[in-house]
Design a binder for this molecule. Structure first.
Ligand code: SF4
Ligand code: SF4
Length: 316
């Protein structure tokens, strides 16, 4: 029978332990045991004060998200033996999800997550009078929002988000996945207002595109893709005043006019008011040969680039 050491994050301010620490527990177990079942056995057999949040044990409720050896997972979806095989050192470290304040052991304060979820208006707001019966939607139309509809609000993506680590007010990947789910629902009448709401400070343009949310989402929601699609809707709806949108637009203009990125254009186009403040720095970079020439340039195959851009536009 395998035996595993679990290095578990402990934090019990109500028990006079104001500082967090890690505690080792040894457990003999079957070779097929999930991380959640192992944690529950530790609680039931070794320390009844170990706090953990869980409910369905079937990857549906999303309550048992935690970090196993630094990666956010649903504890009920992870086999202990697979985790050990992955880290190769015979023990498993268990921590609460990141970007949240721990309350007790593996339980965190989820209130900011729910506040941000509510802030994107995660419900349909149809235009016009209600129909006699239901509003019918084609299968093809529903297919466009199928991925985002799978979200179980487990906060695994939120835990891994680099933008949130830098800016705790960033709205976050899960909330934006829900935002897209409704912005792209053909029954909704608030498409433009939604992208205006999502494009402000701490909004979609503040995502660093690190892709961790896509990588760690246990349900394949791909929240980063949803954020990208919200950016596209913002462009389609003419909501492009935000610095992030202007930055993206500068890329487009640069590619369309020169066939390659003109970095010197990016700053003044993105932030025309603040850009003059960066002039001394830009001149210094030019002098040191660290900045590209500010003069317009065109590559020989500009027509090819334009064709590619047209193809991309037609496929999105
Ligand atoms: S997008 Fe994925 S990781 Fe994020 S809350 Fe939804 S199911 Fe969980
Ligand atoms: S891609 Fe964006 S939303 Fe997703 S984890 Fe990275 S910074 Fe956060």
């Amino acid at each position: 029978m395998p035996s595993t050491t679990f290095r578990v994050f402990r934090y019990q301010p109500d028990q006079g332990d104001p500082q967090p620490y890690h505690e080792d527990f040894n457990l003999e177990h079957d070779d097929k045991i999930t991380l959640l079942d192992a944690i529950l056995r530790l609680r039931n057999e070794q320390d009844g004060s170990l706090a953990v949040r869980y409910s369905c044990r079937s990857a549906i409720c999303g309550s048992c998200a935690c970090r196993a050896d630094g990666r956010t997972v649903l504890a009920c979806m992870e086999q202990v033996e697979s985790l050990k095989e992955r880290n190769g050192n015979g023990h498993v470290q268990v921590d609460p999800i990141g970007n949240f304040k721990p309350i007790k052991d593996l339980v965190v304060d989820l209130r900011p997550f729910w506040e941000k979820f509510k802030s994107v208006k995660p419900f349909l707001v149809p235009d016009g009078a209600a129909p006699q019966k239901e509003r019918l939607v084609s299968k093809e139309a529903m297919q466009k929002i199928y991925n985002e509809s799978k979200c179980i609000l487990c906060a695994a993506c939120y835990s891994e988000c680099n933008s949130l680590a830098a800016d705790p007010d960033f709205v976050g990947p899960a909330a934006f996945a829900w935002g897209f789910r409704f912005a792209a629902d053909e029954r909704d009448g608030q498409r433009r207002n939604r992208v205006k709401l999502y494009s402000g400070d701490h909004g979609v343009w503040d995502c660093t595109r690190c892709m961790f949310c896509n990588e760690r989402c246990p349900k394949g929601v791909d929240p980063r893709d949803a954020i990208e699609k919200l950016g596209s809707i913002a462009f389609q709806e003419g909501v492009t005043r935000d610095k992030g949108a202007r930055h993206a637009k500068a890329f487009l203009i640069s590619m369309r006019t020169g066939g390659k990125l003109n970095e010197t254009l990016l700053v003044p186009y993105t932030d025309p008011i603040g850009a003059p403040l960066d002039t001394p720095f830009a001149l210094q970079m030019l002098r040191k040969g660290k900045a590209p020439s500010p003069l317009p340039h065109k590559i020989k195959q500009l027509d090819e680039v334009k064709k590619l851009m047209k193809n991309v536009k037609e496929t999105i």
